[in-house]
Ligand binder design. Structure first.
Ligand code: FES
Ligand code: FES
Length: 161
């Protein structure tokens, strides 16, 4: 049986009808229509579906939508800045060639944001550790690490959010 719930996604409240077993990933993509969050393995192994829930990176493919009521969810679409500019982490991924097919990119960027919000001066080890749950089949990771390091520099200078 469906029930109406409210989800706060990117500072906008969406009212959606869900079954108790509906996963947050499917609700975000199919009911809310925000397709930037990707479905890879669907089993909690690849990180493609990473979103921020109350600022913490979480896997939307293993999270029940009903459990996310009253929480603040951020997807990759929520990072776009006023006027449509890319978020500094997104810009760094572009500048450092950290995007190839792009499938892992939203999850990578949200994991990086979760890290930089907590720790604006991460070491290379911190970045590798934080992104260890995000799989990329294309880039070899080096450029991704460099992009996050570059974003961290902008972060500490400009205090970006
Ligand atoms: S799709 Fe969620 S971890 Fe792979
Ligand atoms: S850029 Fe293709 S999977 Fe990472």
């Amino acid at each position: 049986m469906k029930q109406l719930i409210e989800l706060d996604i990117n500072n906008r409240v969406y009212e959606v009808a869900v079954d108790a077993r509906d996963l947050l990933l499917d609700v975000i993509r199919k009911k809310v229509g925000l397709t930037g969050t990707k479905k890879g393995c669907g089993e909690g192994d690849c990180g493609a579906c990473t979103v921020l829930i109350d600022g913490k990176p979480e896997l939307a493919c293993i999270k029940l939508a009903i459990a996310c009521q009253g929480k603040k969810i951020t997807t990759i679409e929520g990072l776009i800045q006023e006027g449509g500019a890319l978020h500094p982490i997104q810009q760094a991924f572009v500048d450092y060639g950290a995007v190839q097919c792009g499938f892992c990119t939203p999850g990578m960027i949200l994991s990086a944001k979760g890290l930089l919000d907590r720790n604006p001066h991460p070491t290379e080890y911190d970045i590798k550790h934080e992104l260890s749950g995000n799989i990329c089949r294309c880039t070899g990771y080096k450029k991704i690490i460099e992009a996050v390091e570059a974003a961290a520099q902008v972060w500490s200078k400009e205090g970006v959010k």
